[in-house]
Design a protein around this ligand. Structure first.
Ligand SMILES: [Zn+2]
Length: 254
């Protein structure tokens, strides 16, 4: 490393990383208090279904004691994986950096590149949950074949979505008012691939900051296309279930 590179690395300004805060389980953002409506399977708040209008959408409650008070808590819709990834992103936002990577590798990834990696893992997870719910009425062997033929996230966004729903993901997002979200997801997908294939700088501070800025929009966009394409069948598998394990178990005869 030259003297100038060392100096640049030390003076590189750390990005301002924050998640927008709200009350309660704020890291969940628009997914806070979500339930599956027992009538239409839509994803909605617990008081009134925003999809079918029913005023009793919650299908089941569990009892929990907190600080000596017994509470009835509705079965939420968010999976453990969704919870875990959002909490990991939150922790990564709060982790201080001291320019360690930049001192060794001046032209490398953002010190908070992990936020983008976690975000893309989250997107792949929620997109698979959406597709598997959409395929819920198909015979298990047909579903298995379709998912085996479309293993990459690109093939699922481009091909499998259209096969299952008769429309492109791009058109559905744009019709739901999320034009910029589709373009952003495509950009992250490309930069994450560039990163994996050797271009470390593809995940830079600007992409990290934009990912945090657009996180809430992506969550809202996923909700919009889920409620557009995956409602109507109250028996469809809920998002909080481990669809992948269930599909593997069903098709392997376990
Ligand atoms: Zn409903």
């Amino acid at each position: 490393m030259t003297k100038k590179e060392t100096s640049d690395a030390k003076t590189k300004k750390a990005p301002n990383l924050t998640l927008p805060k709200e009350d309660g389980l704020w890291w969940l953002g628009p997914w806070s208090n979500l339930v599956h409506c027992k009538h239409c399977h839509g994803l909605t708040g617990p008081r009134e279904c925003s999809v079918c209008g029913a005023n009793d959408p919650v299908s089941s409650y569990r009892t929990e004691e907190r600080n000596g008070v017994v509470l009835e808590i509705s079965q939420g819709a968010v999976s453990h994986t969704m919870h875990s990834l959002l909490l990991l992103m939150k922790r990564e936002c709060e982790r201080p950096t001291q320019g360690e990577i930049a001192q060794v590798l001046p032209n490398s990834a953002s010190e908070h590149a992990m936020i983008v990696i976690l975000f893309w893992t989250l997107f792949e997870h929620i997109f698979e949950q959406l597709l598997r719910t959409g395929a819920g009425s198909l015979p298990p062997r047909v579903t298995k074949d379709l998912f085996n033929r479309h293993q990459s996230i690109g093939a699922r966004m481009n091909g499998l979505y259209s096969i299952l729903f008769g429309a492109t993901m791009e058109a559905d997002l744009k019709e739901s008012g999320h034009n910029k979200t589709y373009d952003f997801l495509r950009r992250v997908q490309k930069k994450r691939n560039d990163f994996i294939h050797g271009d470390a700088e593809a995940i830079d501070d600007a992409l990290v900051a934009e990912t945090l800025k657009r996180l809430r929009d992506v969550q809202a966009a996923w909700l919009a296309i889920y409620n557009k394409r995956c409602t109507g069948n109250p028996n469809a598998p809920p998002v909080w279930q481990n669809h992948h394990a269930q599909a593997t178990s069903r098709t392997s005869g376990k």
